[in-house]
Each structure stands twice: as structure tokens, then as C-alpha cells.
Design a protein around this ligand. Structure first.
Ligand SMILES: [Zn+2]
Length: 93
């Protein structure tokens, strides 16, 4: 019996893909995240603020861009984190 191809990607109720947790990210040796707004505004943040069980995608609806004021950002692991100083740009609530 052929199995159906697994094409379903886990997603949040609003359709955003479920991303890795901060714990998984730290296991990969990553210490920071990059938060991108669709307007092009982005900010690098220190991931130490968030507990291991929180997913990157859990944070996305909480960011409000200070550039364009829209809510909802794309949060990605920062593979180039080298102790960069975090800077402002996106408010976190
Ligand atoms: Zn924006």
C-alpha cells in the first residue's frame, strides 16, 4: 500500500508555519533572532529573553513595527549573531 506523501506542514491557526523553539535554536548554538517586517524594517534581538519552550512563530503576532506600525513580523534565527548589540526598531508587547 503506498503511503500518502506527507505534505502537511504544521501551522498556526492563522496559517503561519510553526517554527522551532528557542530551546532548539540554542541547541544549534544560535543566540539571536532577526525580526523582519514586510516593509523592510528589521531588527536583531538577543534570544536570551525567551524561555526554551517558546517558538519563534509564537512571537510573530506580538511585534509591532515602529517603521510602518503593522503588527506581525517574521522571526528567524540569526545565523550571524556575533554579540551584536541589539538595537531598537520593533516594539515587543
Ligand atoms: Zn514595517
Amino acid at each position: 500500500m503506498p503511503r500518502p506523501v506527507r505534505r502537511h506542514t504544521p501551522a498556526h491557526v492563522d496559517g503561519r508555519p510553526v517554527k522551532i523553539t528557542f530551546g532548539e535554536m540554542r541547541e544549534m548554538g544560535l543566540r539571536g533572532v532577526l525580526v523582519y517586517c514586510h516593509c523592510g524594517h528589521h531588527v536583531a534581538l538577543d534570544a536570551d529573553h525567551w524561555p526554551d519552550k517558546v517558538r519563534l512563530s509564537d512571537l510573530e503576532p506580538r511585534f509591532i513595527c515602529q517603521g510602518c506600525g503593522s503588527r506581525g513580523a517574521d522571526v528567524r534565527p540569526d545565523f550571524d549573531w556575533n554579540g551584536k548589540a541589539p538595537f531598537g526598531g520593533l516594539g515587543y508587547r
